[in-house]
Design a protein. Structure first.
Length: 234
């Protein structure tokens, strides 16, 4: 059975750049030029909307991840807010409560206290710039210092990446990919908190996975192939 026929929620993937930031997740929509900051609860729900997971299962998964009881109503609210921002490919089928009705009933049950927004959205690039540094989907992607290749371009997606640098030393090849030479480096956000070379080396399990992630939404200015296979170091 195709997931479209199951009536279970499916998160959108196309045109989105997704990057965890602490307990939250930042989702950049390349179509609307908006950045959405998902709360920890919404981030877990969004990550598990695969067309095979029911609302009850999402509540159980979220409860386990957050270490606190999570009712189905909170999951439905998260799904409604994700749908409002067009981050769902397939919404939950048969949802008989609009978000407004659900919030009203939830507020009544809580003594009149409305549920807080689970997603904060602002227009990019200002939203992303506010975090001072992000590599978006280029985090830990390959880059290099080459006479004929601007290393900054390997770590740049226009209006998305902010202060993403080509740094470190990439010594391990992606399974199925070429062995990096002495120019090989990683795209990392500047400042404290950047992943180590070892953490970047463990990020991708194959060259195909690296290319799919690093090439998402157009990838870097120079392109995945050029950035991973450069030679002629200076």
């Amino acid at each position: 059975m195709r997931w479209r026929d199951k009536g279970l929620p499916v998160a959108r993937k196309e045109g989105l750049l997704v990057e965890p930031v602490g307990d939250e997740t930042v989702v950049y929509d390349a179509e609307t030029k908006e950045a959405h900051c998902l709360s920890p609860l919404t981030a877990v729900v969004f990550a598990h909307c695969d067309g095979d997971t029911t609302v009850a299962q999402l509540a159980s998964l979220t409860s386990e991840r957050l270490g606190e009881p999570v009712e189905a109503a909170r999951v439905l609210d998260a799904l409604a807010q994700l749908e409002e921002r067009e981050l769902m490919a397939v919404p939950a089928k048969g949802r008989d409560l609009s978000r407004r009705d659900m919030l009203r009933r939830s507020a009544a049950a809580a003594g009149g206290v409305a549920m807080a927004p689970l997603i904060t959205s602002v227009v990019a690039p200002n939203a992303i710039a506010a975090s001072s540094a992000t590599c978006a989907n280029l985090l830990c992607c390959p880059c290099c210092t080459n006479a004929n290749l601007n290393k900054a371009n390997c770590c740049t997606i226009q209006n998305v990446t902010i202060n993403c640098e080509c740094t470190g030393f990439r010594t391990l090849a992606y399974p199925g990919g070429p062995v990096p030479n002495k120019c090989g480096k990683y795209c990392k956000p500047s400042g404290v908190g950047a992943p180590s070379d070892a953490e970047c080396a463990a990020m991708f399990t194959s060259v195909g996975q690296a290319e799919t992630t690093c090439g998402a939404a157009g990838g870097s200015v120079s392109g995945f192939t050029a950035c991973q296979a450069c030679a002629g170091c200076v």
